[in-house]
Design a protein around this ligand. Structure first.
Ligand SMILES: [Zn+2]
Length: 348
């Protein structure tokens, strides 16, 4: 990506780097008003860094339904869809909607990790059981494919293209007649947890986020991880705790497993330090209880122990799930969920 669009910023970065190692937009607000001003600046900078120099203009989504399927033993049906996200770009996604909606329901953006797809999410395959659980809870669930490693626009970043596609899926969610637009959430594992962080940071319509298998630092990500997380300007401006601070004071659950692999993965020990920084940002908003760190016994898997009760509370409960998705093992959420495999967190 060219940095020529930000000559002043580049100059400022070099000056700042000579005096301190702290990122330029590290969160250090002292009160809610300062914090809100910081968030506004930081969001604009993130859009610029990730997406070609400026927040992109929204285009008409022009949704196309490619296929419609019935989900076996489910009160929801699936649609395979395509949305226009830029003038020259589309995203492929799946959406699950109640077959016979009687009232508006909550909407959830559900995101997969490396090797996953939106279809695996809505079908609840393997690691992605949480997607199907959300479907069975009665929500409208949209799940884009975000695993591509081919950059379409050379002045963008891979994460920028993925996050923009995901943001456009939220735009689509709020156009669906079945969705209560005041009840929106986002959740994902691994690359999905990373994308959840960015989407929740950039889109204030999302009142609840669950980022699983991703709580970490830039330094730790440099230890052998697939480099698709990185982009020019990221570490000069932010560490991931700062990006999570953009979600405050909205509800946020971050989760990691005790058996996460290190180095290169997402060790709990590093996660604790990151969480403390996120929590202090929430404290500035007077919202410390709104952020929760779930540490579970598993590996690189989605558990949702603290997420499911919040989903029920914030998005309502259109249906009774079968079986109870609050099962602490993280494998009880979907009737056809396989025992969670451990995704190699070295390639999240
Ligand atoms: Zn990658």
């Amino acid at each position: 990506m060219s940095v020529c669009a930000w000559p002043l910023f580049v100059q400022a970065a070099s000056i700042d780097a000579s005096t301190t190692d702290a990122p330029l937009l590290r969160f250090h607000a002292r009160d809610a008003s300062e914090a809100a001003a910081w968030q506004s600046e930081a969001r604009a900078r993130l859009f610029a860094l990730m997406m070609g120099g400026n927040r992109p203009d929204r285009v008409r989504l022009q949704p196309v339904v490619l296929r419609e399927l019935e989900l076996a033993d489910s009160a929801s049906r699936l649609q395979e869809i395509r949305l226009q996200t830029l003038d020259d770009r589309t995203v492929h996604a799946w959406i699950a909607v109640p077959r016979q909606p009687t009232v508006k329901v909550g909407g959830v953006l559900a995101l997969h990790g490396h090797g996953g797809t939106g279809e695996k999410i809505v079908r609840g395959e393997g690691l992605y059981w949480y997607g199907r659980t959300l479907v069975e809870m009665g929500y409208v669930v949209v799940a884009p494919d975000i695993g591509q490693h081919d950059l379409q626009h050379t002045n963008w970043s891979l994460m920028g293209e993925r996050v923009w596609d995901a943001l456009c899926c939220v735009d689509y969610l709020v156009t669906r007649p079945e969705v209560d637009t005041n009840r929106l959430a986002v959740a994902g594992l691994s690359l999905g947890g990373e994308t959840t962080m960015y989407v929740a940071a950039l889109d204030e319509r999302l009142r609840l986020a669950c980022s699983s298998g991703w709580l970490t630092t830039v330094d730790n990500m440099k230890r052998g991880h697939c480099p698709c997380w990185n982009f020019p300007g990221l570490e000069e401006h932010f560490d991931f705790a700062d990006i999570f601070a953009l979600v405050a004071p909205r509800l946020l659950v971050v989760e990691l497993g005790e058996q996460e692999r290190a180095p290169g993965g997402f060790p709990v020990q590093i996660g604790r330090g990151v969480f403390e920084r996120i929590q202090s940002a929430y404290e500035v908003f007077g919202a410390k209880p709104a952020v929760v760190f779930t540490v579970h016994e598993g590996g690189h898997v989605f558990v949702g122990r603290d997420f499911w009760p919040l989903v029920r509370r914030e998005l309502g409960m259109p249906r009774t799930p079968m079986p109870d998705p609050g099962a602490p093992s993280g494998q009880g959420g979907s009737r056809d969920a396989a025992k969670p495999q451990s995704l190699d967190s070295g390639h999240q």
